[in-house]
Design a protein around this ligand. Sequence first.
Ligand code: NAG
Ligand code: NAG
Ligand code: NAG
Length: 625
Amino acid sequence: MHFTSPVLTAGLALGAARVAASDIPPPPLPEPIDVIEIPLPPVAPSTEQGACTPLLNPRGTGCIRKDRDKFQAGDFTPDGNHVVVNVDFVGAPASPDPASIYAGEQLILVKVDGTTFANGDSWKCLTCAVPPENALGLDPRTDYPHAFRSGTKALWGHNIIDCGSVPLDKCDPENTHIYPIHWPTTADGSGPGGLARELRLHPDDVHMGFNAFTDVGGQNTFLARLEFNPDPATGEPQVPRYDLVDVNLLLQLNGKPPIEVVGDELQVHRDAITVGELRGFSGSGDEIIYIGMPWESTNIDLMAVHVTTGAIRRLTSHPEYVDPAAVSHDDEWVIAMDTRGSDRQMWMSGMRWIPPMIDILAVSAAASTRNNGPRRFFQPILIDKYGDRGDYFGQQVNAAGDGSDGSVNDPNWNGLADPAFSPDSTRIVYYQGLVVAPSCGGDNPLPCPESTAQGGREYRLMVANLTSRQPKAPAPVYPVPDAIPWATPFPPGASAPQQFVFQPGEFTLAGRVSGSASVNFTEDASIPGAIGSVSVAYSDFCDEEGYVINGAEEFSRELDLSNPWNQVVHWFSDLTQTGSVEATKKTGPGGFHLQIDVMTNIFNASGTLTTTIDDVVYKQPANGT
Ligand SMILES: *[C@@H]1O[C@H](CO)[C@@H](O)[C@H](O)[C@H]1NC(C)=O
Ligand SMILES: *[C@@H]1O[C@H](CO)[C@@H](O)[C@H](O)[C@H]1NC(C)=O
Ligand SMILES: *[C@@H]1O[C@H](CO)[C@@H](O)[C@H](O)[C@H]1NC(C)=O
């Protein structure tokens, strides 16, 4: 999910750091892709002790839960033959049965080359039976697993699994150490440290990117260095651990804001750095991949910012919503989880090249409509490094199939975070969850499908083979400076400044091509200094050749001071677009009103907002769907 910021021209990624706009090649042709499902440990019928019987797993090496809770796939080991996966083992017998160690959340390696480990299993638990003295201060957060490029370590949520000099697939529990990650945030280093979330390791195996919520419904993003601290004097837990040091807040103090007031004019700075949510790094690690302030209204995209120069590229521009993503190790390709093709968001974002004015209030609500609670609408989309451009919107990796229950392109199986490339850039691993109640069944018009996966499992691990490709060497790893030149040092004890404060007033926004818009930012009556509503009137406004906008829009947000994640918004829209397309974006009588909690994403609207593009009508989802 995410929260802040946006911009550029012609749907082209600029790539100032890597490539001039004139050097951007034509888009690639679609390529052949084979997708297979990867076996996982057997499913236990319940979580009761002993439910994982010898009949289900004769080798006594564990069973996993049927529902998706806690499952998360990560990426490939350097040999490309294994993937790290966080599972929840359930139904283990009581100790001293040797099978009792296959219990709870554990990191496993899964073979993806059709072979097995010596015992005949296609998986191996890395963290089961690690002696407690080797896992002091284990952090229970074990999400976003990731293999180090070295092959001897893995990131397991807020822990690092260390096999010394031994590759993970050869590692024994006795030789495995698990160290928690600690982010000192107090000046004297005391306390449990900061609440980092969604840790993404840099390809140098040393730097770490992460996000952290603010307590007012926002988020900050950071890049830091991992430093082993064998004997910490302060901070919790006081055990051998990795500290996050040389922390950079990924905010350019006094940098260009995404929208700037200059006299009575507004200027949109598409090259402003607005790292709303960090998503990872390029294959070489020269760029930070993130979700930023949109360049087009309510159209959430992936952006990249160069670690050193701060140069921005827009990687996606499709009106649908994008979120988890990864870049191939050779830097040539992006794999993104995107709602494109599902038409989930088109009612809101389908009209192109509306400038991001209401977005200073609308981004969180707009992003939150992408899911229906736990139901995602993501499919994996392969895009070349230059990003969406012209009519090119990448290639759906799992498009080949008959769409039947359980097929690779069954729309009821939806992508989750994170996808990853094999080190030679010829394969992609991703996982999917099946829609389950209450996102289907009951009052919901979508019937609940039967799982076709083993044991009725409600998640599945998939590998896509890009069969026409030759293995490519990874790009050389980019040396990251400890102090990011454009970012803000964030030592222990620092507090984050407020990002991008907008002033109330009446302004004019000139179209990049022609025309103009008059824009009012109005203060929230109950919260002095905060903008509560934005209204925009367009006169032949044109930001992009062929997309001329007329009409008006007004958007307001009620802040819920008891729950900053709860958004109640009111939207009035009557826009028309002419030129390359004939489009309208209109609310029904009385406007469109949406209540949505950013943390749960249950659509609850009254009134309608409808986008029509060349006679194709896109309507909002029904409440609760
Ligand atoms: C991917 O497909 C190619 C072409 O069919 C094949 O030669 C190769 O072995 C496949 N790779 C894997 C890991 O299955
Ligand atoms: C902005 O506010 C002024 C003064 O209230 C009003 O005259 C104008 O119509 C408003 N413009 C828009 C775009 O709502
Ligand atoms: C839907 O939103 C309305 C208006 O904010 C609110 O009164 C109602 O409780 C919400 N319904 C649900 C099910 O959350």
